[in-house]
Design a protein around this ligand. Sequence first.
Ligand code: M6R
Length: 608
Amino acid sequence: MCGIVGYLGEKKATPILIEGLSKLEYRGYDSSGIAVVENGEVKIEKCRGRLSNLKDKVLDKDFTSSIGIGHTRWATHGEPSDVNSHPHSNQDGTIAVVHNGIIENYIVLREWLISEGYKFVSETDTEVIPHLVDYYFDGNLEDAVIKATKRMEGSYALGVISKNDPDKIVAVRKDSPLVIGVGENESFIASDIPAVLNSTRDVYLLEDKEFVVMTKSGITIYDENKNKVDKQIFHVTWDIDAAEKGGYEHFMLKEIYEQPKAIKDTLTSRIVKGEKIKIDGIHLTKEQIENFDRIYIIACGTAYHSGVVGKYVIERLAKIPVEIDVASEFRYRNPLITEKTLMICISQSGETADTLAALRLAKEKGARIIAITNVVGSSISREADDVFYTWAGPEIAVASTKAYITMLIALYIIALYMAEVKNTVRATEIEKIKDGLLNLSEKTAEILNDIEPIKAFVDEIYKHKDVYYLGRGLDYAVAMEGSLKLKEISYIHSEAYAGGELKHGTIALIEEGTSVIALATQSDLYDKMVSNIREVKTRGAKVLGIAMEGQTEIEKTVDATIYIPKVMSILAPVLSVIPLQILAYYTAVKKGCDVDKPRNLAKSVTVE
Ligand code: M6R
């Protein structure tokens, strides 16, 4: 998984490429590079490490070229190193390529190219591409790229330049994201919109196997048979500030504080007091909804955790059995899918490879697909039958926060919508939950306005090597998310357990001083949870309880308590996750971790 950019216009390309790459570092940041056509030659600068290393390197060169491509890498084939960094080139250095994705048949292609006399210098799958383009090059770059891609299997978003067809960038995508920025006398390619927003708000969203030829006279888009394709410009309405840090120390903190607004935006026009629920992107009839006999919720990571909440909520309200699975497991377990199956795919980025593959599998077998995603025009949104956009705005920090909360909101809305259509819950109860949803933004802000009691616990957590999260029912689902937040950004080992499951093994790990965070917001499970807390307390654990205002009984059992504002139990996950996000964030800051870009992780996992 990587980020690619390209620029062709009248300005110097290098600073624009570097600026674009800086907006894509969330996609990978173990190495980076650029290639420009300078004085008739392809010049490549690339190196291992953060973009700042590349910046230092290219500033010295002072390239004047106004055409170039760039890349920020997250290694898949070959370790992060200078030689494995992109751009890659053919043997005589006349062609340069940046690539995001994986060429699955690269070994076969590599062997064939070697037999044709080509020499390889890197361990990457990508290096076959410039050689293939070279093999087919006959004076016209797009023709060579079209021919080369016909030999390639796997996923790719490519930017290609050549000194022998010099005033041109050729780009193409298949199963990896790519947008084309349309400026005045300039054009751009990028893996994601923030990379071009400094220069333009008009973009083309490419479909698979659409080829783009950018020259000084404009942009032409072709299909794989070189027929011209007419495309509508997509005008980006969100503000560039939304993609910047806006005064916060980290994107993660900024995004945590954006949650009240994100909740409001996601509810907007869908939940209106006293009116039936309307979901713009979902076009299911009453008959279709009544016909579903099973729902699969499929996702990865944090999106999966939102799905665990979704399972409880949909079963409780819409009364349809729901199975939840991580996408990478689902796709290989021969799931039972019929035309009566509804699949809900949840993905912030809409590009997660495993989720996309699971979606395709289910679609092939006849399931109806609803996507819940934050990214308009993403692959998952385009391939699903119905789409629920979460409207959280761009999420830059690798650790997901506002996207998680808005996924929860989406799932509540979908569950309520089905319950309303199927008449499975009394109208008064539905209205009560709608009211509760409409108040969540304010209650979220209330928590965020007073985070000192939460921060007070950071000094304790920070000392530990292991932290255990406990909960029952919906609290268990939130415990999983809290635990993931802590481990991914602070590198403290943590696990989440269902309170009742503890005594079947894990309790053996509890000893004097073990750190436990126990959620007890669910009124029907409150007493049982308190007794689980007692079990760990008597074995020496130090416990932080998370409970709802008024549920003070817990204080007798725990060492400290954080209270969330009072809401219906079913809605508690939206509030109870916030103290866990704050705790994880400040613990990571105290440990000096790279909060927005945790080691070994990338924002969007577009490879299997
Ligand atoms: O873009 P997606 O929602 O499909 O991403 C899924 C996971 O990779 C993602 O939620 C990941 O677990 C986050 N880093 C968690 O904070």
